[in-house]
Design a protein around this ligand. Sequence first.
Ligand code: NAD
Length: 369
Amino acid sequence: MNSRRDFLQKITGGLIILNLPTSSSAKAGLIDSLPYEGPVLRVALMGLGGYAKRVADGLLESKMAKLTGLISGTPEKLSNWQSKYKVAEANCYNYENFDRIKDNPEIDAVYVTTPNALHHDQVIQIAKAGKHVICEKPMAISSKEGNEMIEACNKANVKLLVGYRMHFEANTLEVVKMRKEGKLGKVLFFQGLCGFKIGDPKQWRLNKTLSGGGSMMDIGIYALNGARYMVGEEPIWVTAQETKTDNEIFKDGIDETIQFQMGFPSGAVASCLSTYNMNNLDRFFLTAEKGFAELQPAAGYGPIEGKTNKGKLNNPHRYHQTVQMDEMAGIILKGNEPVIPIDGYEAVKDLKIIEAIYKAVKIGKKIKL
Ligand code: NAD
């Protein structure tokens, strides 16, 4: 990760070094390196696993958000993370006592990075404690649960954001901007391919009770969500087919590979693949009347490589979770509007389509949305 602190060390006496490069991305990098004195979102992480570590590392470089609390069921993890990320003992909780967070003025928001099926109850409990919530994708394991989470957050008057980090990625946003400005012309077709070969057969991702589903819930959601922001419309129909090569690893309710197709009001169509059984599969392709856009990789941790009919996209790579947390702090603290929605309503749209995809697999028919 490029360190903002390393850069700041090169600045002496509050004055910025001369000989500045003049490209706009270099200027953006410079502005990004200036000290920040505005409000800061103080975040507690719930569920200290693989993804939480990425978020914690990202927060080390964020300007507008910082890690001030931890919630875990494993005391050893709590103490290791506490010393590694310099979190005060008083801001560490377990799953039995984290309701007490409501009395902690050093925590503004809780970021939920636990297995999918736990999100619903945890988000509602956090909302009841009066803290803003950032919840990982998929937001929940059903649209019904998602709606209940939205309702609980609305009732408690707290914000609910979902961890769609690609919504803040610079090359992705450049394509969305080109499409919105009509530079690509009428959108005709989107292809989204997302997958990886899953490892340990005992992990929660392959346990329906904890995951709510297989590849579609976990990685196919990127192709689905991507189709929506790349095309810029909501699908009106979907159909899908499943392929399963291993019934032992991919038990009932855990999809291994799903291909799904969607149609949009303008007549644009999408064809997507979601899988737990292929590596090197991370590509978006959009074709339109005046041009095309390709992102490959499209949804990994980056760098996201992009090109259009006009040439290569050159936005510099930034650690996704740092950008996401700064942007989310702006949304929560300043009421900023994201280019692509990032709230519970956006996430419930994906869950409803996933439900229709699973239904289409079962009945083998096109489903109207
Ligand atoms: P993980 O297995 O690495 O971490 C899950 C954490 O939850 C662990 O620390 C585990 O101890 C804890 N946990 C609490 N209660 C548990 C229970 N009853 N059973 C099992 N674990 C329990 O998983 P992860 O990869 O960090 O994924 C967590 C969430 O983050 C998921 O919703 C996943 O979809 C999401 N995620 C998002 C991204 C992204 O790029 N936005 C990437 C990876 C994961």
